[in-house]
Write a protein that binds this ligand. Sequence first.
Ligand code: PEP
Ligand code: MN
Length: 337
Amino acid sequence: MIIVLKSTATEAQISGLRSQMSAMGLAVQDIYGDNMSMLGIAGDTGMVSEDSLIRNEFVEKVLKVSEPYKLAGRRFHPADSVYEIAGRRIGGGAFAVIAGPCSVESEGQMLSIARDVKAAGAAFLRGGAFKPRSSPYSFQGLGLDGLELLKIAREKTGLPIVTEIMSQEHLEAFKRDVDVIQVGARNMQNFPLLREIGKTGKPVLLKRGLSSTIDEMLMAADYVLKEGDSPVILCERGIRTFETATRNTLDLSAIPVIKKRSHLPVIVDPSHGTGYWDLVYSMSLAAVAAGADGLMIEVHNQPVKALCDGQQSITPYIFGLLMDKVEKIHEIVAAGA
Ligand code: PEP
Ligand code: MN
């Protein structure tokens, strides 16, 4: 941290600040420029409040040198993280697709979709048992019964399951039964939930918050990583902007930006990112071309009858066509420049 001092700062004021920082166990270094003086502060500055420092009338500004996330960042972990989850690899060139319906609706629906997405090459099966719906009157998911249907689909197909947790009260069941715990956009900054999930050590799929910056997503990842050794996969799923032509604005530039800042795998969800099934194909290919480590795609055997997100769900047939193209584009990207 660097504290830039005003030219009017007196020696008494500066020495008071030096003592305050030293008393907190921090190393203080004077930096003298031509027209300004600064104090360089090194050590664990977690307890130093920039907002309070700036209240000193002799302080011009406070500059943070290190990122507000340490574990998700590349500074101390330069190599890409490659995770092996239920026999599937993801990250650092290993590519995996998660596919399935928005919500678990019935055993027949889950089995039919699970078989189809597996045949097309999906590595994981998704399906929401607990649904975060904007209206309390919309279908809320089958809850723990839905989890049971996911388990049946896993048993019959061998596909590991990814499903969203909404409350800490279900953590035990998720820890026991789920292969990847999904944290939805609405809970990306539910810090107590993130901490508790981190303690399970289970793999986590962390979706970008509705209006979150990339750095906020990386800080949220640190909440999970700090607690133990949960692998964390980040997911770009579109953000709220002024544009209304799509449900969200899919931020594909987030992929290379995250890759610069973080070693964690990044996947893209073009279903929630666009909100329309006929945009999913092109945006999936674009995401792969931009370097995504995987995709999460909503697939439904009868989209017109889906209880949730039918408008953005593709059929198994289109998913099959898409997977062929995805594999080809990934091969080109993986071959490098
Ligand atoms: C989902 O994946 O089912 C979902 C609700 O997504 P998001 O949290 O991105 O809205
Ligand atoms: Mn959905």
